[in-house]
Design a protein around this ligand. Sequence first.
Ligand code: ZN
Length: 340
Amino acid sequence: MRSSLTKVRHGIVLLAVCLLLLLTLFACDSDHNPIQARDANPAVSDHKAMASLMNAPDETYSGVTPAPTVNAARAMQYVKEIVAFGARPIGSANHKKLEQYIVAHLKGDQVEYDSFTADTPEGKFPVRNIIAKYPGTKDGIIVIAGHYDTNYPLRNTGYVGANDGGSSTAILLEIANQLRGKKRDGYSVWLLWTDGEEAVKQWSDNDSLYGTRHLAEKWQNDGTLKKIKAFLLTDMIGDADLNIERDQNSTPWLEDLILQAAVRLGYQSHFFARTIGVADDHLPFARRGVPVADMIDLNYGYGNVFHHTTQDTVDKLSPKSLEIVGNVILETIWMLDKKN
Ligand SMILES: [Zn+2]
């Protein structure tokens, strides 16, 4: 993935200082008024008060069954196991092992593949998107996506992509655990492990997003695309210092809904402190009119110094960050279910 950020480094440092100040103010404020939107009524322990809260207009999205929550320790364990394979670029033996690892964790689920050969500046490579489908009662599909391949140019440097590739693969596996075997009274949810997200030489429109460019076209041709109500992308969401960006290439109403979900769970301080433009796996779908949102933290280490370096290791990550993003995704799905 690439951002418009790199071109304006000096401006960003200034902006970062301002944001830090702002964030400090925001953090102080939220310390004094925790989770205002959710717990505005102090008598939440009272059953009657709780019932009236559930029926209040601003609680439209609170169904009888609340959204499930992820097991953060298990998600973190997945990251460690995935990283233990080593670098996982397209065409590698480790990539193959990871494909098998993902599918082994989807036993009993409806799993499909979108496999093809990509023509890249480094030659031809097998690319395989993996899709797990959890049917719902409502007409329409919510796609939750994240890439599982790791950076190709760094493949022989000891690079492991704990955050970039590892975190997205792991959180999708944990979300699968929360969807499996449960009746979905809402839209169908499709989990999508995308492949070939990374450039093999240098990021360009033709050297990047191999898997999603292929899949978006395929889904347009077979009619799937128009059934997709929302496409939520996760990328680099494990950073212990979690700051999800507001992305200019994402759909504003969907990002607003994500923020609403974050507020409901008390996680809003981790969301949308700054706005940047991100090129990522959501673009091929955005270009075809699908509502998209990229949940990404592009400030991985001060000034994003760990991104695409051998410093992208498990010790920089936190289960809490996986929990925040996982739970906000599940809450967003539940809110979309209640939406018209
Ligand atoms: Zn990357």
